[in-house]
Every structure is written in structure tokens, then in C-alpha cells.
Design a binder for this molecule. Structure first.
Ligand SMILES: *[C@@H]1O[C@H](CO)[C@@H](O)[C@H](O)[C@H]1NC(C)=O
Length: 216
């Protein structure tokens, strides 16, 4: 009897976790397609569907070319998500191309709504993610390699090669969302109070202000 109850609970747990995982990329589809009407004034969880659609709504040529990496991070993320590619609306998937200059990095960041899987198309990168138990999982990856960053966890990519690098990323969300840790904390508007950050990082207000100044 006790065993029976245990297995019923176990079965329910498995079913619940299956239901939860199938929802991870978005709610179940209720129709074949729903190309995002990005201009609609209607506010809802996602984007409403555009009335007139063509094959071009399901096509995106924007990942062909490298983004310009001439910026402080030395990297550039070109997104093929619902904002640039409305055809993925409600489909629970999106992609990105990330380019890195020599020495460039995609700084530590999180995606609140998606797991990310990457495929290296050029160069050598050190990539990694950190769990909620503060354990770092890191690997050096090169052309043809795949690595996965679990949903919500802080992760990064650092170019370790002698030349440029690039990857293609896939997400199980049409809009993964990105919070770059340093920018979120030191470049928010209005700013996070310096004494809050000073205490959090165990440094002085003046050191916080010096970091903030670099993000102006
Ligand atoms: C990324 O590259 C695009 C295309 O070259 C450019 O328009 C954009 O400003 C770049 N973004 C950054 C952050 O450098």
C-alpha cells in the first residue's frame, strides 16, 4: 500500500515535470502560425498575430553577415528572435549569430526565458556557465563543437583564439531576454544606488562610481 502510494506520487511528479518542460518554450500552440504584429497596440503575453502573411514572414537573411565587433566588449549579437523575425512568434524558438573580435567576449549574462545551445562556426572560445550553487562549468570549444547553457544561468563566451570567432545559437523561446550582469548593475537607469552596489561587492562607493563611469 505504501509502495503503491509512492509510485502514484512518482508518476504524478513525472507527468507534472513533463507538462512543465513542454511549456518551457511557451504555451501550447492553438493554431498553425501567428506571425507577430509588432505594431499592434494590443498588450498581451507575447505579440498578436498579423492578418496578412507570406512566406517572407518565415524567412530571415540577417545571420549571413558578421556584426560589427568594434565596441568595448569586442562582440556583437545578431538576433533572429520575434523582434527581428516576427515569424517565430508563439513557436518557442529563435536563433542568434554572435561574432567576436580577437580578445572579444560576450560578457556574463542570463536569458530568463530560454536554454541556449551553441554551434561554433569560427575560432576558439572559452565558454561556461555558473550554477545557482556557484559551480562553474567551462570548456574550450572550436569549429563544429556544441555547448549548452541551461535556462536562466549566468554564462559567457570569451574568444581565446588568435583571430575572430563566431557561433550560431539556438534558444527555446521566441524572445529569450538578456540581462548582461555588469550592465544591469552598473548602467541601469535610473542608477542602482552606489552604496547598494558597494556593500554587495564589498568595495567603496568611489570604486562603484568608477565602474559606473566606464558604462556612460
Ligand atoms: C552590431 O553590428 C551591427 C551591424 O554591423 C551594427 O549595426 C551594430 O551597431 C553593432 N552593435 C554593437 C553593439 O556594436
Amino acid at each position: 500500500m505504501v509502495m503503491l502510494q509512492f509510485s502514484a506520487v512518482a508518476t504524478c511528479t513525472v507527468l507534472l515535470s513533463l507538462a512543465a518542460s513542454s511549456l518551457a518554450g511557451g504555451a501550447d500552440m492553438l493554431q498553425d502560425v501567428c506571425v507577430a504584429d509588432l505594431a499592434s497596440p494590443i498588450k498581451l503575453n507575447g505579440f498578436p498575430c498579423k492578418a496578412a502573411i507570406t512566406a517572407d514572414d518565415f524567412f530571415f537573411a540577417g545571420l549571413k553577415n558578421a556584426g560589427n565587433t568594434n565596441n568595448p566588449a569586442g562582440s556583437n549579437v545578431t538576433a533572429a528572435n520575434v523582434q527581428s523575425f516576427p515569424g517565430v512568434n508563439t513557436l518557442g524558438v529563435s536563433m542568434a549569430r554572435i561574432d567576436y573580435a580577437r580578445g572579444g567576449q560576450n560578457p556574463p549574462h542570463t536569458h530568463p526565458r530560454a536554454t541556449e545551445i551553441i554551434f561554433v562556426t569560427q575560432g576558439i572560445l572559452e565558454v561556461g556557465f555558473i550554477t545557482t550553487a556557484n559551480k562553474l562549468f567551462t570548456k574550450t570549444v572550436t569549429v563544429g563543437d556544441v555547448f549548452v547553457f541551461p535556462r536562466g544561468l549566468v554564462h559567457f563566451q570569451q574568444n581565446r583564439g588568435r583571430g575572430p570567432a563566431s557561433i550560431i545559437a539556438g534558444f527555446n523561446s521566441q524572445l529569450q531576454g538578456t540581462q548582461v550582469i555588469a550592465t544591469t548593475l552598473f548602467a541601469a537607469a535610473p542608477p542602482v544606488p552606489s552604496d547598494v552596489l558597494a556593500k554587495a561587492f564589498r568595495i567603496d562607493n568611489s570604486q562603484v562610481d568608477a565602474i559606473k563611469a566606464k558604462f556612460m
